[in-house]
Write a protein that binds this ligand. Structure first.
Ligand code: COA
Length: 248
């Protein structure tokens, strides 16, 4: 387990918390692995009815750890943690609820597209600077976002790198409810508990019907990953990563 991911179970809900506040919850490889494991555990454990994904106050997640991007670009091995997490998200069999209180960048935004209910505090911001980093959209977002919010909003978010505030994210169907920062986790937890208390089989079947088949989504994740990994080794990406590191 990553020291930066904590999990706990209460009232039939598995809470998965990203807890790396010093780095604004940037997600490194061990964190991806731990989150993938947690989602698999939720799918396999009959006592768990729903999963709540949360961050810390001020940061849901600042996205993939850029140092890991650089390590891969410099010839690091493909180790599969990111893919495992994305596929665990896309294939999850239990409802996913998210509580966002602050920054949601890159995968911090695109993972929300896999959640069934997202609660966000008013000060939250949502941004995917993929193209500015020389990269491409990931996590199936190129397929999900246009359906979720329409082409132009999806394009603004994923290609322009526009920042959505909480109300814009709600208007874009990325967020279900905007609630006060003090309440965001309680409201998200209450929703997760309510889902976990539903008749399990009906919930599972109903959710599958609402979400629809996963094959096209999994296929898109693979196509995006192929481009993403190629882009990580591009000159455009190298220049962007150097710019980020020299600001440190
Ligand atoms: N990867 C690695 N480290 C990150 C990070 C990321 N994605 N995001 C933030 N951090 C680290 C910073 O390097 C800094 O570490 P340091 O204190 O050791 O220097 C720490 O988190 C705090 O970040 P800082 O930039 O000082 O905070 P800020 O409030 O001024 O800005 C962000 C926060 C998130 C806006 C800014 O850090 C940022 O733009 N991060 C990159 C986001 C990104 O591009 N993610 C990838 C998307 S694909």
């Amino acid at each position: 387990m990553s020291e930066f991911i904590s999990t706990s179970v209460a009232d039939g809900v598995l809470t998965v918390r990203m807890n790396r506040p010093d780095k604004k919850n940037a997600i490194d490889r061990p964190m991806y692995r731990s989150m993938a494991d947690a989602l698999h555990r939720a799918d396999a454990d009959e006592t768990i009815g729903a999963t709540l994904i949360a961050g810390v106050s001020g940061a849901f997640s600042a996205g993939n750890d850029i140092r890991d991007f650089i390590a891969f670009a410099l010839g690091g091995e493909r180790t599969g943690e990111v893919e495992a997490f994305l596929k665990a998200l896309a294939g999850s069999r239990k409802p996913l609820v998210a509580a966002v209180d602050g920054l949601a960048i890159g995968i911090g935004t695109t993972m929300l597209m896999h959640c069934d209910l997202v609660f966000a505090a008013p000060g939250s911001t949502f941004r995917t600077p993929f193209l500015d980093l020389g990269l491409v959209p990931e996590a199936g977002s190129s397929l999900i976002a246009p359906k979720l919010m329409g082409h132009q909003r999806a394009f603004a978010l994923l290609a322009m790198g526009a920042t959505f505030d909480a109300e814009e994210a709600k208007a874009a169907n990325l967020v279900y409810r905007v609630v006060r920062s003090e309440e965001v986790e309680t409201m998200a937890m209450d929703a997760a508990i309510a889902l976990a208390a539903k008749p399990r089989q009906a919930l599972a079947i109903g959710r599958e019907l609402i979400r629809g088949p996963r094959e096209a989504l999994i296929e898109r994740i693979d196509v995006e990953l192929k481009h993403f990994e190629e882009r990580l080794q591009s000159k455009e990406a190298r220049v962007a990563f150097e710019a980020f590191m020299t600001k440190r």
